[in-house]
Design a protein around this ligand. Sequence first.
Ligand code: GCV
Length: 723
Amino acid sequence: MTPPGPPGSPDPYGVHPAWLPDEAFRPIGSRRTLLRGGGPLAGTVHEEVARACARYGGSVRRQAAGPDDGAATGGDDRAETGGPYDLMLALTAAGPLPAVAEAVLAGFRRASAADDGPAVEGRSIEDAGIGEEGYVVARRDGVTVVLADSAAGLLYGLFHVVRLGEEAFGAERPAERHRPAARLRMLDHWDNVAVHPVMGQVERGYAGGSIFWRDGALRDDLTRVAAYGRLLAACGVNAVAVNNVNVHAAETRLLTDRLGDVAAIADRLRPYGVRVHLSVNFAAPLALGGTATADPLDEDVRAWWAAVTTRVYEAIPDFGGYVVKADSEGQPGPYAYGRDHADGANLLAGALAPFGGVVHWRAFVYNHRQDWRDRSTDRARAAYDHFAPLDGRFRDNVILQVKHGPIDFQVREPVSPVIAAMPRTRVALELQVTQEYTGQQRHVCYLAPMWSEVLGFRPWGPAGPGVADIVAGDVAGGGLVGVSNAGDDPYWTGHPLAQANLYAFGRLAWAPSSDPAAILDEWIGLTFPPSAGRDQGRLREALHEIMDDSCGTYERYTAPLGVGFMVRPGRHYGPDVDGYEYTPWGTYHFADRDGVGVDRTRATGTGFTGQYPPPWSEVYESLTRCPDELLLFFHHVPYGHVLHDGSTVIQHIYDTHFAGVEEVERARLRWAELAGLMPASLHARVRELFAEQLRCAEEWRDQVNAYFLRKSGVPDAQGRRIP
Ligand code: GCV
């Protein structure tokens, strides 16, 4: 059964259309299109255009094999009279192209051969091909032309035209080539097949249930999965892992007797160029009863994985690969057998290699049973200490998946030093789209500015490559992975504005140097298209005010200066300053009456700063050079320590917490002014969430300020009330 859509916003799938409302297809649907290209993905392009034409009166002719082949769909079949077309979407290999497309292609090839080639998003031009998943878009002689070498490129090109809207059919535009910076652009779902007694259907999910699973089984109706694939293709994501990295009993069997469920999901995502990956239990051979051990060097174990993986590819020929969380937070791994992570990852890589599959092996490994009394153990060091010595030992279809920071998706952390430490290993960057630590999709927190900072960070200083270059590198890069924030909520993401995070993840994975505000602008334009009587300009301006710096606002009213983890244990929502202070989780702030922060210096602390190459090893080590926003991550300082802006640490804590709450209140009022510019139900949902965000932000402000006032005894210089 199709889930009911929120009132005022129906779409073909019965749920909120997110960034693909029908209206976004009006410019294409009201024109004449020629589609030249065969195969299933070109079929998806045809369906998209045909559906838009049925709604808006245009026409589309598809010629699968070449000019002599094809049928028209829609009212005005100008192909019968030889054109003209407004839009041509063509595979470069699909027979002789119409003259205008041929001219665009020839121009593109000439220009690519020269140094001053056409504008390129993503990688630099190294050949005259358009490239896997890439496309060229141009407007010439009154025709908008999209060319691609592969049907996936054609699909991405179609969505590019959707993004351009009417502008795509305006002035002439020179050929531009677009192709993804990263080959792998993946979303990991932490979805459980069986409802977990503590974590529920979706671990750290804040958008209802899973779109794949319900109560121990695959959902009967996978329509929603297809709609998800469509949204993902439209923002550039091309892979999805369909189950939680914590693999419990029911999920372990997805590899074997429940493989059909995974194949059914793959069938729904394939038409949008999205491949399926599976999180696997490292101890699966043991758990499923086939072997006496899960030792990665054992021959029976190797044979078990080889046989099982062969069956996976028989069922899903384009299967992407395995995701593994091993020896972490209670998950099994190679350590039980005296082996290391390279032994473990290479075992699975060996099984996948004959089929072109990859292993995403997670670097999120640390001791979660640490003694809080022991000041020498530092969770931030763990991933590097475990993995850096293994550089060069991984097979080339192993991708080490590294969280963006050394701890755990806090709103402010330095970039993980592992990313720069493994030049002979393919590394993927893992971002958390689901807002576990950033307001759990009850708070507005547009994460793209934070991600963009991470992607732009240059571990070796300004002259060296950035994180984006490392993870998106054509041959050696492992790509980008986001932990999905989508569920079966009618708005997909619980908080309707959290859709922007999902969209932005895809767009940054495609083009990491994109401006987060421009991505947001694009999302606003698509999600809230102009329609009769609505002032889209006003809405756009207000949404920028509310969202552009919402991550900064969240940072201001929560944990200060990079110290992190003052959340309530377990649930990770709302403040609890000492909640983790005396626990085994390794997430401490060490506040006392004199000061606060973690000494991670080489001189007097845990030595974590030494995991960075210069200049950052020196910058972070130095109390005076360390950026203020990370001060308490790297240093333990007295409350009177003076920051670069002249304020003291204690006054900064008070000021930012008051400011953060005021910003939330302003955003809430700004939102209230927007009633009438969108469906009432959507407006009401966000209005209610703002009430909760404000309540929670006030709680953060009061608990954090009161805590530090009581510890330090230093009053607020402005004499504001601190409870
Ligand atoms: C899937 C954090 C979360 C866990 C999550 C883990 C991980 O610790 O709180 O729920 O487990 O990260 O990334 O594996």
